[in-house]
Design a protein around this ligand. Sequence first.
Ligand code: TRP
Length: 356
Amino acid sequence: MSIDTDNQSFEAAVRRSRELDGELQAHPERFRMLSGDRPTGPLHIGHLFGTLLNRVRMQDLGVDVFVLIADYQTITDRDAPERIRGDVLGLCADYLAVGIDPEKSTIFAHSQIAELNQLMIPFLSLVTISELKRNPTVKEEFTALGGASMNALMFTYPVHQAADILFCGANVVPVGKDQLPHLELTRSIARRFNVRYSPGEPFFSEPTALLSDAPLILGLDGQKMSKSRNNAISLSMDEDETARNVRSAATDSERSIMFDLVHRPAVSNLLLITSLCTGESPEMIAEEIGGGAEELKRRLAEVLNERLRPIRQRRRDLVKDPAQLSDFLQRGSERARDIAAQTLVIVRERMHMHYE
Ligand code: TRP
């Protein structure tokens, strides 16, 4: 794709996303939203302020929210396969602790939904190798791995992601800019399936990306916040560890505290997190503090621990009872399975693969 068409499709996605935002407020009951995470360890405040709180908001607005634990997406880059169960149940605890309500929303793991995974077969027939090679995320991995040694699941994971979305007819998918190409591929697969197998009566509808406008939070070292970089505050951390990590956060050598994302990213990031916890603007907080990174860090540790306290309390209670957690997950997976089974019946019918 040329830069021009890339830009055009980005702008189109931005426009669609804006329209969608308004419709969601007006008619939440018309929407099914799918979002998900790879179970690679505890969720952190980047997830909380970036997506989790928005899922809860959508749920409470009346949107039918599906939350996917993408366990099959982690099997290729995992050294210790035996840790997956703990990671999945931990993720489930994170979801429930932040307020995703299993009575209203559907939390499920895609490995448990055989019918979802079966969609991968017709879907794979609708995309070409060169399309996958052009996908920016796949391309990045391909280059990082030196090409040929990439395994075939990693190569095709955007197709699997299309199955995650289309099996339940989700029409809204909250994504960051980096996931837009995956959503574009999902839309193509839906369209191609309809053209080939269901002309005149389209079966799959094309989902719309809901682009996040949440501010991007950096890690405590000023780099991208990530579990593996050890620069994150996770939901499951205790208050002492939180305070200790905040104390060790990177700042700069200037005396005064000022909100300036371009010139003073590290300090501004701490202000931003403080602001997300208290609701005050980062500029106001900077002014109140005046000088001294120490004072900023002390404040941040305090408001962060306060904001996370009820979430952490709920999380501690939840992990005490793993049987109950796995029960929640099974119930969500059953609901997802019912829907996937219905989808597969129709998909086979449209493909003329019903022989009864
Ligand atoms: N790849 C996504 C991530 O890394 C997780 C994911 C898997 C997903 N399937 C999805 C997201 C379908 C949205 C839709 O976070």
